[in-house]
Write a new protein. Structure first.
Length: 73
């Protein structure tokens, strides 16, 4: 997984399929996985593609704790 930029900070937040973004880091099976692509699916679900090449379907009511990086101003 790539390193954070020196002027970036990461903070935890709860995400759903409607709020997940590319770049979010989700812990799956005890491993951090960075989202590199999103695909909208029927019923509000999304298919997340991770840096590792693995994918995960996030259903409309699924909630995860994720890290999201933001630039410092």
């Amino acid at each position: 997984m790539s390193r954070l930029a020196p002027d970036a900070i990461a903070g935890p937040l709860e995400i759903t399929s409607s709020s997940v973004r590319i770049g979010d880091v989700v812990q799956v099976g005890g491993r951090p996985c960075r989202v590199i692509d999103l695909r909208q699916l029927p019923g509000g679900s999304k298919r997340l593609l991770f840096e590792s090449g693995e994918s995960l379907t996030m259903h409309a009511r699924t909630k995860f704790l994720a890290l999201r990086t933001q630039r410092r101003w």
